[in-house]
Design a protein around this ligand. Structure first.
Ligand SMILES: Nc1ncnc2c1ncn2[C@@H]1O[C@H](COP(=O)(O)OP(=O)(O)OP(=O)(O)O)[C@@H](O)[C@H]1O
Ligand SMILES: [Mg+2]
Length: 233
């Protein structure tokens, strides 16, 4: 059985008199431990899709089955437990807590699950071992993004959802982060979904899902995913 089964997922935002179809009838499945890249241009509905999968936003209709359970039918309490135990989320705009240091930001997430990584270890993993006592405002955009990634992987989550995780990073740092995310799938067994508009990184994924105007345009399976060191953009 697939780990994620999305069936006819639709999300409509009401904006005044107009209805915005952010997700239109999206159906796909993801196996456990798969690395999936979701590609699409700005406004295509990628963040909406990730927020629904992460249990942060309700959909309008359709099934969102994760590990055999339909989270589309979950109440607020069930969704809290789901987000807390099963999900690591890297936000497009980091969402770090400004009055906590890098280390404290990671610790806060790590302490809510039993078998977490050490905050130190997670920060070393993203090459920020020497900046753990800095507050977010003392870090560059790319460094803040790496703290956000450390925070998500410290939970060793079953499902790791990453919204443009390399958006603020230079080429080499971006590659290093992609390698970490790929390792989370290959070594930790996490199912990893990466949202991006950068088609050049698609070859590293097991599966590439293209979204256009809220709907699925194309689903492609890479029989032999590329090693990150071989891709360029
Ligand atoms: N809370 C909201 N209320 C109204 N419309 C929204 C809301 N959130 C998103 N939308 C609309 O839904 C559509 C999809 O937005 P979404 O943020 O999912 O796009 P995206 O693919 O993540 O884009 P980007 O690459 O720019 O981050 C857009 O037209 C957006 O304006
Ligand atoms: Mg987005």
């Amino acid at each position: 059985m697939a780990y994620i089964e999305l069936k006819n997922n639709t999300k409509i935002y009401q904006s005044g008199d107009t209805q915005i179809y952010a997700n239109k009838d999206i159906t796909f499945s993801v196996a456990k431990g798969e690395l999936v890249i979701i590609l699409g241009s700005s406004g295509a509905g990628k963040s909406t899709l990730l927020n629904i999968l992460g249990g942060m936003e309700p959909n309008t209709s359709g099934d969102v089955i994760v590990a055999g359970k339909n989270i589309a039918g979950y109440n607020a309490k069930e969704l809290t437990t789901y987000r807390r135990n099963d999900i690591g989320f890297v936000f497009q705009f980091y969402n770090l807590i400004p009055n906590l240091t890098a280390k404290e930001n990671v610790e806060l997430a790590a302490q809510i699950v039993p078998d977490a990584m050490d905050a130190d270890e997670a920060l070393k993993y993203v090459d920020l071992g020497d900046r753990e006592n800095n507050f977010p405002a003392q870090l560059s955009g790319g460094e803040q993004q790496r703290v956000a990634i450390a925070r998500a992987i410290a939970k060793k989550p079953e499902l790791l959802l990453c919204d443009e995780p390399t958006g603020a990073l230079d080429y080499q740092t971006g590659k290093r982060i992609l390698k970490i995310l790929q390792n989370m799938s290959r070594e930790n067994g996490s199912t990893v979904l990466i949202v991006t508009h950068n088609a050049a990184i698609a070859p590293i994924a097991d599966k590439v899902i293209r979204i256009h105007d809220g709907g699925i345009q194309d689903i492609h399976i890479n029989k032999k995913p590329a090693d990150i060191s071989t891709i360029e953009w």
